[in-house]
Design a protein around this ligand. Structure first.
Ligand code: SF4
Ligand code: SF4
Length: 222
């Protein structure tokens, strides 16, 4: 999933200051899972903003709504009937959601309430970890299901740097050495031969040097 964190309140308040009718728009998917922009967080942010406006004696309409997904047009069009009631949208979607909603309603300013962070997993309650860089050429089978691009501090593809002590990363001793994890996992699976080849450096130019990446599936098109 995509993870995100709420922006500082002062930054949000500064961006919404010019507007009088604001729809605070949550997203019920990834950002709900990481407790940044789901229905609960959207309601809380809207309440705080309403209270702050009241204390300042400002007359502002602040309503809230949460879409199942802001990054899917089929859900965004559910705003068609109410969008004219607002002069700004404050989105608690990830960067993709903010842009998808903005593309559907280009006449209305859209303000991000979150800082989008990384692709990761919910590791524990209140703990999210980055574990994929979206490289477009997944080699997890070879690495025992542990991504060295995302989880090794030096993004090494062909074995450890040699600085690990006690299974911890030399760059950040608070995290495990990804290569220690990879080697332990591959050994557990009896699959060391998967690591025998040389993995060439990632050719990011093919993936990220040609503008936004796309996936086109004709079988999914209507
Ligand atoms: S190799 Fe790593 S960065 Fe690339 S797709 Fe797989 S998990 Fe993501
Ligand atoms: S100690 Fe391990 S995780 Fe840290 S940079 Fe070296 S190989 Fe990567």
């Amino acid at each position: 999933m995509i993870t995100a964190e709420q922006k500082p309140l002062d930054e949000i308040r500064e961006m919404i200051a010019p507007y009088k009718r604001i729809l605070v728009l949550g997203c019920g998917s990834c950002v709900a899972e990481c407790a940044a922009g789901g229905e609960k967080e959207t309601g809380m942010l809207a309440s705080i903003l309403r209270m702050a406006a009241k204390m300042e004696g400002r007359e502002v309409l602040i309503n809230e709504k949460t879409l199942e997904r802001q990054c899917v047009k089929d859900f965004v069009i559910l705003l068609d009937d109410i969008i004219q009631d607002y002069d700004a949208l404050l989105s608690l979607g990830c960067g993709a959601g903010v842009q998808a909603v903005g593309d559907c309603f280009p006449e209305i300013p859209i303000i991000p309430a979150l800082n989008t962070e990384f692709l990761g997993e919910t590791k524990d309650q209140g703990l999210w970890l980055e574990n994929c860089l979206g490289c477009g050429d997944c080699k997890l089978y070879h690495f025992g299901g542990i991504c060295p691009l995302a989880r090794c501090s030096k993004h090494l593809l062909n074995g450890p740097c040699g600085g690990s002590v006690g299974g911890k990363c030399e760059i950040n001793p608070e995290i495990p050495c990804a290569w220690q994890l990879i080697i332990d996992r591959v050994e557990q699976q009896g699959g060391f031969e998967r690591l025998e080849g040389i993995f060439p450096p990632k050719d990011w130019s093919k993936k990220q040097g040609l503008g936004p990446r796309r996936i086109i599936r004709e079988d999914q098109q209507r």
